[in-house]
Design a binder for this molecule. Structure first.
Ligand code: UDP
Length: 328
């Protein structure tokens, strides 16, 4: 039975669609292409539409006997969410409710949900375990936490079983090099540095050098997009085996500062990165590093690309081949 992947033309979505295809799964992709790319979906059918369009979703659930949903489609920029909380709550919470309604109507009771480290806010314990207090600093993090709470209530009331995956910093690209990260505007550190090396930008701004970290810049836990994809496969498999609802962090458990990321990119590419020190970016916690022990222990998740060098190597491979990103 097919898996419905919402946001399957996006960065993490398209890599997960490929991973599902490799498993021999039938995949149906839904994307409104506001952020996703038509050419990121190479093999599975892509239905272009919005999750706010209930009739569109109802038609799709009538056409296919969907077994489970992997729900990526969402807005995902912390800074933008502070400026436009309405868009974030409508898209991320409102559309999730519509999707869940249509799932319930069609007796589809399994969903893997794309959550985020942003649900935690400023960490009190590092590495962050799943039961760490949740105090999101942005509407983005809040919107994801609301959906997690909704899922919990829908499990109790309607038997929806969910697996919520809280990603830390997704990075890298499929080693094949034909799909990768392409946001516009791009806001993420690694693609911005690589675009600078390709002459697409003049320099990289280091946002904040006075954080309470060893070199004063923010520390993040970078995780390869294919390792995230693998976790989605494990999550779907667990739900199909009848697992209870679960929440897991996904990171490598090792933090790198902005300066360390830039140095690693210089080492991997052999090029000097023009960088300038700049003001802090509002809403950035100083340190975000995951404990992913729970998914390792419970689902046997094992990252294939735990090294930052390898993550950057695969991203560089994609950016060099497609300096302008996807054609459409
Ligand atoms: N960052 C930076 N310059 C940039 C983009 C990002 O210094 O042009 C920093 C950002 O402040 C954060 C880290 O790099 O500390 C990772 O940011 P990114 O946007 O990649 O991911 P986020 O942590 O926001 O999910």
């Amino acid at each position: 039975m097919p898996i419905l992947v919402t946001g399957g033309a996006g960065y993490i979505g398209s890599h997960t669609v490929r991973a599902l295809e490799k498993q021999g799964r039938e995949v149906i992709v839904v994307d409104n292409l506001s952020k996703g790319h038509r050419s990121a979906v190479k093999n599975s059918p892509l239905y272009v539409g919005d999750l706010g369009d209930r009739a569109f979703l109802e038609d799709l659930f009538k056409k296919y006997k969907i077994d489970a949903v992997i729900h990526f489609a969402a807005l995902s920029l912390v800074g933008e969410s502070v400026q436009h909380p309405d868009a974030y709550f409508k898209n991320n919470v409102g559309h999730a409710l519509t999707l869940l309604d249509v799932m319930c109507e069609n007796n589809v009771n399994k969903i893997v949900f794309s959550s985020t480290a942003a649900v935690y806010g400023e960490p009190e314990i590092v590495p962050i375990p799943e039961d760490h207090p949740k105090d999101p600093t942005s509407p983005y993090g809040e919107s994801k936490l609301f959906v997690e709470k909704i899922l919990n209530r829908y499990d109790q009331a309607y038997g929806i079983k969910y697996c919520s995956l809280r990603y830390f910093n997704a990075a890298g690209a499929d080693p094949k090099g034909d799909i990768g990260e392409d946001h516009s505007p791009e806001t993420h550190l690694i693609p911005i540095v690589l675009q600078t090396l390709l002459g697409k930008r003049d320099s990289v701004k280091i946002f904040g050098t006075d954080y309470p970290t060893p070199d004063g810049t923010c520390i993040r836990d970078y995780i390869h997009v294919n390792d995230l994809s693998d976790a989605h496969i494990l999550a779907v498999d667990a739900l199909e085996r009848g697992s209870e609802s679960k929440i897991y962090n996904l990171g490598n458990g090792k933090g790198f500062s902005v300066r360390e990321v830039i140095e690693t990119i210089e080492k991997v590419t052999g090029k000097m990165v023009p960088a300038e020190e700049s003001e802090r970016r509002p809403g950035d916690p100083a340190v975000l590093v995951a404990s992913s022990q729970k998914i390792i222990d419970e689902l046997g998740w094992k990252p294939q690309y735990p090294s930052l060098d390898d993550i950057i190597e695969t991203a560089w491979n994609w950016h060099k081949q497609f300096p302008n990103g996807f054609p459409d």
